[in-house]
Each structure stands twice: as C-alpha cells, then as structure tokens.
Design a protein around this ligand. Structure first.
Ligand code: MEV
Length: 291
C-alpha cells in the first residue's frame, strides 16, 4: 500500500503560531511517499538508511509506528520511504513523512482512520520527537489546501508566483522553537508584542492573498522577515539570500522554523548557486497512491 502527503510553506506567522497567533499555511506540490508491506519484523528503508525501529535515525517514522501500534498492535511491517521534499528544509518533510507513513499503515492494516484521527496521531508524533510545536505542519500534510490557523478557515489565493530558495543549511525546528521560547522567557513583554505584530501580518494577508495585492504583500513579507530576524531565527545564509533578492526588488522571508532551511520569495526567480523550487500551492492532502 502506498500513501503520500505534501510538504508545506508557511506564508506568514511561523513561530508566533506556537503562541496562539495566526498563520497562513499552504500545502505544496512536493510530496513524501511511504509504501507499507506486511513483514515478520519492522524494517524502515529511506534515504537516511535501512533500520529497524530506530528513534535516532528514523525518529518520525519510528514514533509513527509506535503510536499506530497503540491503536492496532502490529508484529512487523516493511516500510519504504522516498520524498521530493529536502530534509530539514523548512518545507515540512518531517510531518509529510509522518502522515504518509500513518496513512500507509492505515491502508495496510485496514484501520479506516479518519483524516482527523491521522492528524491527531501525527500531532502526537510531532510532540514525541520535538517536545514542542503548534501542530500546523501535521495539519497541513494531512488536510492539504491553504488555511488560516488556528481557526482552520480556508484561504483562497490568487495567481501568485512564489519561489522557494533552499539555503543548503539544515533547519532544526525543535532547536529554533526552543530558541524563541528562551527569548520569550527573558523578554516576555517585548517578544509577545513581536508575536502580536506577526499576528496582524497574517490576518492582513488574507485579503491581499485573495486579490494578489502585490504592494501590500511585499510590505507584509518584508516586515514579517524583519520580525523573524528580531526573534533570532534568521542566519547568515538566509540574510544573504534575502539581501540578494532585495537587490532584484524581490521581497522574501524565511518559511518554516529558520536557522537555515528555506526562503520564500514573492516572485519567479532563479538565484544562481541555489536550489530554487517554483512551488505551487494548495496541493492535495494525504492520499492513497494507486500503482
Ligand atoms: C515550523 O514549520 C513552524 C513553526 O512555527 C513551529 C510550529 O508551528 O510548530 C516554527
């Protein structure tokens, strides 16, 4: 049984969403695939290696199997995983693999889980591995589409050209979320106001995204990037890309947790020396892949 789930871009609101503020998130046309077959033992085969249940090499997949086993005990499974989404790129590869694995197990062991049940399991896996997180990534990998979080309101987006530029440096979500948490502990009154400003940006973007109001979107992207920088989640590699794009007149911001990972540019651009993806938004959520 093969299942796939999409990666994501956070258009606005990363980090602030962990503290109950709004974010706009969309599923993208890069997917992760999981093939599950009945087997005597647990085997996980992926670009990271071939292991048994292994919480170091395959943390998300191992916890997904563990959590699924609490619903339906399983003796063994052979899981093969492949993906279009670069790992630790800020594009939701961890949640996509978690959700794709859960769906492939659901299909193989005929548990008939609803989308919401798959999301709940994936959300638990996110907390198992990271200890912290808003649940935004597992939500979008499960449901697909484009949403205003936390309300779960659908957002419609006009015909926008967006490019994702990969820094080549890993973005470790748990590290970045912890970094913001300790900044907030130290300067709570200030950091809470930064979150409030990001919240206002996410809310303001809803109309601008619908009508493709590039002037407003440019302001919101630039300001959101400055606020993320203030939260300490930018880095030299990100700043370099953002500055190069700025010279071309293209606004850009971190997408995802930052500290590396990817930059989202408002426009169609091919930046020399970098891996660039012309992503399309609003992709379908988790699904069975027929062979
Ligand atoms: C990571 O893709 C998004 C963050 O806001 C963390 C989260 O929402 O769990 C940085």
């Amino acid at each position: 049984m093969i299942a796939s789930a999409p990666g994501k871009v956070i258009l606005f609101g990363e980090h602030a969403v962990v503290y109950g503020r709004h974010a706009i998130v969309s599923a993208i046309n890069l997917r992760c695939y999981a093939k599950a077959e009945k087997f005597s033992d647990v085997v996980i085969e992926s670009p990271l290696g071939k292991t048994s249940l292994d919480f170091d090499v395959h943390p998300y997949v191992s916890y997904a199997i563990k959590r699924f086993s609490e619903i339906k005990p399983i003796k063994g499974v052979y899981l093969k995983i492949w993906s279009d989404i670069p790992i630790a790129s800020g594009l939701g590869s961890s949640s996509a693999v978690t959700v794709a694995v859960l769906k492939s197990l659901d299909l193989l062991f005929e548990t008939n889980l609803s989308r919401e049940e798959i999301f709940e399991l994936a959300r638990r896996v996110e907390l198992d591995v990271q200890g912290i997180g808003s649940g935004t990534d597992p939500f979008i990998s499960t449901y697909g589409g484009t949403w205003l979080i936390p309300e779960r309101e659908k957002v419609s987006i006009g015909n926008l050209d967006l490019t994702v530029i990969y820094t080549g440096k890993a973005s470790i979500t748990s590290d970045m979320v912890r970094k913001v948490a300790s900044l907030r502990e130290k300067y709570k009154d200030v950091v809470e106001r930064v979150f409030d400003a990001i919240d206002a940006i996410s809310l303001k973007s809803v109309d601008a995204l619908r009508s493709c109001d590039l002037e407003t979107l440019s302001f919101l992207v630039r300001t959101n990037q400055l606020l993320l920088k203030a939260l300490g989640v930018s880095c030299r590699e990100i700043d370099e890309i953002v500055n190069k794009l700025e010279e071309l007149g293209i606004p850009a911001k971190i997408t995802g947790a930052g500290g590396g990972g990817s930059v989202l540019a408002l426009g169609n651009v091919n930046l020399e020396g970098y891996r660039c993806f012309n992503v399309s938004l609003n992709a379908e959520g988790v699904r069975e892949e027929k062979v």
